[in-house]
Design a protein around this ligand. Structure first.
Ligand code: TXA
Ligand code: MG
Length: 329
């Protein structure tokens, strides 16, 4: 089940599908230009057929091989942020060789992942990989090979195992179709301010349109209309433990500091499972999905997620967006 990079390359070239590590989350990869491989991804994930797949390239020259001509400002962004957790949405000719991965859209979303093994794989293949997150549709995105194995182990041809994903949240998706209407379609580790800073040369031209994709607007990334990231356990957001009615078999999730505080106040509390997510937004993002995976394995009656102040930084806002999609209201 666990594969070396060259074993994975062979399987992919024979139209198989393989889970690959990236710095954001693990992806379920197939050759992006091959409809048979792409169909296997949809089947394994039970993914709605109208939801297109992100394309992963090796470098900017491979991007240009498939998506020429690129607007100049986009070249600047790619040189600044890739490899890394930023994905770009642009228009594409519907007859492109990438068509099998586009689910009928006239747009493409692509990125260059920042992971040594996956870059090695792309280099051997000389072909781009379509790779949505390697989870069954609607469930938690995987940030470790074990999470992939648990969810999709019997439905895929193997996994390239690496360390856990260091960013831990899906890439930011930036609508790059119009420099005057840049839009963050999915928040992630890279935010508006970092992007604007790198485009200072264009500062009179760029504009950020910041509506989020709500059901009222036209949905640009079809995936955002589906329920995402739900653990099996029901999660309730609280801002103080006083709200908890302590019964057996509960889970309490929070930052290291918050959990340590509660534990010292609750000496002897039985059958409560505590989960520490980390000290900083960076650590919390990186441990985020894996924490909920561990919560599910304990099968608690329910879980309380203790979140007090949410900072205004990019990463905290991205974490909050995921939290809002998974908590009970
Ligand atoms: O960090 C990531 O982006 C990870 C890793 C594996 O690269 N991938 C990922 O893929 O999160 P996925 O499929 O879980 O989310 C991709 C989102 C979906 O909302 C999908 O609808 C949108 O991007 N998308 C993909 N291709 C598109 C296209 N051609 N046009 C519009 N939206 C697209
Ligand atoms: Mg996903």
């Amino acid at each position: 089940m666990f594969l070396t990079v060259s074993e994975a390359a062979k399987i992919l070239l024979n139209r198989g599908i393989v889970a690959i590590p990236t710095e954001t989350v693990y992806g379920l990869a197939g050759i992006a230009t091959d409809s048979q491989s792409v169909q296997k991804i949809y089947k394994a994930k039970n993914r709605p057929p109208d939801n297109p797949l992100i394309i992963h390239f090796f470098d900017i020259s491979q991007v240009k091989e498939f998506l020429d001509p690129l607007p100049l400002f986009l070249e600047v962004l790619i040189k600044e942020f890739s490899p890394g957790p930023l994905s770009y949405l642009i228009n594409i000719n519907p007859n492109s060789p990438l068509r099998p991965s586009l689910a009928g859209q006239s747009t493409v979303v692509f990125r260059i992942p920042d992971n040594k093994k996956t870059l090695q794989l792309l280099k051997i293949l000389k072909l781009p990989l379509a790779a949505p997150s390697a989870n069954s549709s609607g469930t938690l995105s995987p940030t470790s090979a074990d999470m992939v194995l648990h969810d999709l182990g019997d439905k895929i041809d193997g996994i390239i195992k690496d360390t856990t994903s260091k960013v831990g949240l899906e890439s930011t998706i930036l609508d790059c179709r119009n420099i005057q209407k840049l839009k963050i379609l999915r928040p992630g580790a890279i935010g508006k301010n970092e992007i604007i800073k790198k485009l200072h040369f264009y500062k009179d031209k760029i504009k950020f349109a910041f509506e989020t994709q709500t059901s009222g607007n036209k949905i640009i990334t079809p995936g955002s209309k589906y329920h995402h990231y739900k653990p099996k356990t029901k999660i309730y957001r609280i801002n103080s433990v006083e709200k908890i009615n302590f019964t057996k078999n509960l889970a309490i999730i929070g930052s290291d500091e918050e959990i340590e505080k509660i534990q010292s106040n609750l000496q002897g509390a039985k059958e409560i499972h505590f989960f520490k997510m980390g000290k900083s937004p960076k650590e919390i993002a990186s441990n985020f999905y894996h924490t909920f995976f561990k919560v599910d394995q304990k099968k608690p009656k329910k879980a309380f997620l203790l979140l007090n102040e949410i900072e205004d930084d990019t990463l905290s806002q991205a974490i909050l967006e995921k939290v809002n999609k998974m908590v009970e209201v």
